[in-house]
Design a protein around this ligand. Structure first.
Ligand SMILES: [Zn+2]
Length: 273
């Protein structure tokens, strides 16, 4: 395994990737049924009184691949709760056009304005990695709901702690661990969030997220494929043997998962295979 620091990174992924502007979503109000709350672990954990309070203000939107929910400096107007397999990544775009992933958020979480009081400027870009549905609510409504439903406030504050832990661990991982270990960690995290073995991801997208040239990702993916961990066909990475990925990754995957489990039991969705 090659330590991350030993790789002379000649090219980093890709502020040049075409940026898909946010759509003016016409959200569909969520019908009163409780099914919508099962698609997102935070919404699912809420007591029924808090769900009842949120229901009228949540709307369902379709998020397209590479769609930007917000850019650095934007006022964040809505919080999004990814539903089912939808995944959003927080990305740090640099001035020279390079960019790197800072966090991955799926059914276990929420994107934007989770702990802020009112509108605040975004620090990162939020980009849709795997398209699908999300429930969204305006930040002002969310603030009202947090005041009215202390359990919602508590869960979101605890989730913010888990998200911070994920980002902090990612700093250590990027600095100290090999690209293969990081890649395995990301595949495990994505598998957990999707709850299905086929991850609709290109190697280009992975290279962009890790901030490395695609050739590095191709080499890592080939190694994992030879060991029976994954298979790859154009645009889809299939998890074949999760146990091999668990051996290939570093402690960072398990530490973040454990933190989620201690701070918010029942929130983190672990995939089986
Ligand atoms: Zn690591």
């Amino acid at each position: 395994m090659v330590p991350a620091g030993d790789i002379a990174v000649p090219f980093v992924g890709n502020g040049a990737r075409p940026l898909v502007k946010p759509k003016a979503h016409k959200g569909d109000a969520l019908p009163g049924g409780r099914d919508y709350f099962s698609g997102n672990q935070i919404l699912k954990l809420l007591p029924r009184t808090a769900q009842d309070f949120l229901s009228p203000f949540l709307e369902q939107v379709e998020l397209g691949r590479d769609e930007s929910l917000f850019e650095p400096g934007d006022n964040v107007t809505h919080a999004h709760f990814p539903l089912g397999p939808t995944i959003v990544t927080l990305i740090l775009p640099m001035r020279d056009g390079r960019a790197v992933e800072a966090a991955t958020i799926g059914r276990e979480g929420a994107v934007g304005g989770i702990v802020s009081l009112g509108l605040t400027p975004a620090f990162t870009r939020a980009s849709v990695q795997i398209p699908g549905k999300a429930a969204r609510i305006s930040i002002s409504r969310l603030e009202s709901a947090k005041r009215a439903a202390p359990k919602l406030h508590d869960i979101l504050t605890r989730y913010a702690d888990c998200l911070t832990a994920q980002v902090l661990q990612s700093v250590g991982c990027t600095a100290l661990h090999s690209l293969e270990a990081r890649c395995a960690r990301w595949l495990l995290m994505t598998h957990d969030r999707l709850q299905q073995p086929d991850l609709p991801l290109t190697q280009e997208a992975l290279a962009e997220m890790f901030g490395v040239a695609r050739t590095y990702v191709t080499r890592i993916a080939s190694g994992l494929q030879e060991r029976g961990a994954i298979s790859y066909r154009r645009g889809v990475i299939r998890i074949v043997r999760r146990s091999v990925l668990e051996e290939a990754t570093c402690e960072c995957y398990g530490l973040v998962r454990q933190h989620f489990e201690r701070v918010l039991p029942g929130l983190y969705p672990t995939a089986e295979l």
